[in-house]
Design a protein around this ligand. Sequence first.
Ligand code: BTN
Length: 250
Amino acid sequence: MMDFTLLTFDTLDSTNSEALRQAKLGAEEGLCIVAREQTAGRGRRGREWSSQKDAGLYFSVLLRPKLDPQFLPLITLVAGVAVHEMLAELGLEPDIKWVNDVLINEKKICGILAETTETDTGTAVVLGIGINLHSKNLPEDVAAKSTSIQELGLNPGNDAASNLVRTLTRHIERFYVELLKADGPSSIISEWQQRSTYFSGKRVRVVLENDAIVGVTDGLEPNGALRLRRDDGDVVIIQTGDVERLRSKP
Ligand code: BTN
């Protein structure tokens, strides 16, 4: 059993930043940071994560994985699969869009940001998870593509955050322990495959730093990178990028 220690704050710059600071100070694996509000919540690829008070669950957990570094990106998939399980337990039907947006009815309900840092006791990974509890007050462009626990007709309740944290840590533990086993990397990919319609055969556009590629998804590499088959038949391997679903051939 992992030991989870929970620290909750009214307000923080970012729960990921706090967990990274604590990691540098020697905090142990299993430290969880939750804040009711973030003043500098961040998303993937330098984006902001809107984090108004009690509008979402803002959660980070510190891990110190004994894992071949090439497989570190799979920790992000562990989080996606764990959130998927948690939402399915609430009776919802989630999907995971590579790499780790959790969607319901094709709208985003959860974003995941994994960050690593070197510490005196080895590499630390902070897994940051943001789940929308309410949709009010989201920036307009975000609101159109997002949903929330409340919008889906569930009552987030007064202690939504603490209930969700308990379920979430239980699922993170299960899939993290699975990842660390001898054949863990391939079994996490298969857990992910079972929960994502994006795994293969989905026509998408992948937006990269200075470019965009269109193609059909063709499974994941052993480290979790996305394989995309372009129309000319070449397979491109994508380590980071944003996937957008396309409905029809151009
Ligand atoms: C994304 O979809 O771009 C990832 C969003 C991750 C947001 C969470 S909220 C808790 C943690 N603290 C942060 O500053 N970011 C992550």
